[in-house]
Design a protein around this ligand. Structure first.
Ligand code: NIG
Ligand code: FE
Length: 418
């Protein structure tokens, strides 16, 4: 109900309370490894915000009263570790149907690119998504959002890109917004069947679709790839999107390096995502820029592709983020804890780096670093409580059932049944 602030909630007796250190974003270099760990801690939420954080030994009723006037509900944190709610900055969570048949074909040897070239892949999800009603799309995003929440995600981005026409793209973006997500317009995801010329399709996007989607989307994204759009085509579309007030993202270097990284830097994009094929020049270019390298190891794993050069990027000083890439074709995986496990085992990131990459740095990619991604007074009271004696179980417990409770805007949004 409008105007009724959530009651105060005290999460007490936590084993550990952990947050990326400092106040800036994005974190890079040595800062990417700095976390603040409070042993035996508490966190007080009031009015949907974090009001206070500290050690149990310092928690007095006077201190509590100075931060929360009315009744304070309590949550027993014994045996639990608190982290910032996780931020998934790259998903394709608005889709109908599935691609389980293609999954089986890939298991038998077909490649993702072959399926795409044969009219399957993204275009098969486009057919299913175009056939869905707006209500069905809203229900799909809501269901997928629930899956993400159970893995600790409290902020999520989701792209369009399975409509490729004005009305379905718009319906996708509205469904994402209605579910509380951050919508990104990915009109240039593939060439739809009613076009046979990429430049004509881009003309249509700029003329007929961009004016309709710009008020709903936060950002625009382009799939820069041999089988999708080249760097010149991406530049044209992204410049029009920037003029329309959208932040810019790119899918780049997933299979081939065809200029996505220099283009992202030239245009001042928020991020370039994937990077499985990025070489030494791309690493250097990103490290010298403000563009965040968004790494999607679940997608590389799911497709049996090489992992992105995460260690080289982090060592060179690039800002890195981690995300699931949740979608029906290349990454049917909604779990950021699993992505953190892959980051530590396959990308050779430290648990501290993985945590920063899917909290503060991911929040930066979404333009929300002052709002979410840290456990500190003033931030939105979004947190995840792990059933673990050490917060690093987030990445250590591979595929494990680590998430105990998810708190969003100061209220319990999900809790594991006993
Ligand atoms: O990020 N590579 C392009 N887009 C998605 C996959 C979408 C799909 O296969 O449906 C990705 O991997
Ligand atoms: Fe993607």
């Amino acid at each position: 109900m409008a105007g009724s602030a959530p009651a105060a909630l005290l999460v007490r007796d936590l084993v550990q309370l952990v947050t990326p250190a400092g106040t800036g974003a994005p974190l890079r270099g040595a800062d990417l490894r700095r976390v603040d760990v409070v042993e035996r801690g508490y966190l007080l939420c009031a009015g949907g915000r974090i009001a206070d954080v500290g050690r149990m030994a310092d928690l007095t009723s006077k201190r509590l009263r100075s931060h929360a006037a009315g009744e304070v509900a309590e949550l027993d944190g014994r045996g639990l570790c608190a982290l910032p709610g996780l931020v998934d900055c790259h998903t394709h969570a608005c889709f109908a149907g599935d691609r389980v048949g293609e999954f089986a074909l890939r298991a038998a040897g077909a490649t993702y690119e072959e399926l795409h070239a044969a009219g399957g892949g993204i275009l098969s999800t486009v057919r299913a998504t175009r056939a869905a009603s707006a209500d069905e799309l809203r229900a799909a995003v809501g269901r997928h959002r629930g899956w993400m929440r159970r893995h600790g995600t409290t902020t999520f981005e989701a792209k369009s890109g399975y409509g490729l026409d004005r009305d379905t793209e718009l319906a996708q973006l509205e469904a994402v917004r209605a579910a509380g997500g951050v919508p990104t317009w990915l009109g240039a995801h593939a060439l739809p069947p009613e076009f046979d010329d990429r430049d004509e399709y881009l003309d249509f996007l700029v003329r007929d679709v961009l004016p309709a989607v710009a008020p709903v989307a936060d950002a625009a994204d382009v799939f820069v790839e041999r089988a999708a759009f080249d760097a010149e085509q991406a530049r044209r579309l992204l410049l029009a999107c920037r003029d329309a007030g959208l932040a810019l993202r790119l899918h780049g270097d997933q299979f081939t390096e065809i200029g996505a990284v220099p283009l992202a830097v030239e245009l001042g994009a928020r991020s370039v995502d994937h990077l499985e094929a990025t070489g030494a020049d791309g690493v250097r270019t990103l490290a010298g820029s403000d563009v965040v390298a968004v790494l999607l190891p679940a997608s590389a794993l799911f497709l049996g592709r090489p992992m992105p050069p995460a260690r080289a990027l982090a060592d060179a000083g690039a800002a890195v983020a981690l995300a699931t890439d949740f979608n029906p074709g290349s990454a049917f995986c909604e779990s950021l804890p699993l992505v953190c496990a892959l980051a530590c085992t396959q990308l050779r990131l430290a648990p501290e780096e993985a945590l920063a990459a899917c909290t503060v740095n991911a929040a930066h990619v979404l333009g929300r670093a002052g709002e979410v991604g840290r456990l500190a007074p003033g931030y939105r009271a979004d947190l995840v409580l792990l059933d673990a004696p050490d917060w690093r179980y987030l990445a250590y417990h591979l595929g494990g059932d680590v998430v105990h409770t998810v708190i969003e805007v100061g209220s319990i949004a999900w809790q594991r049944s006993a």
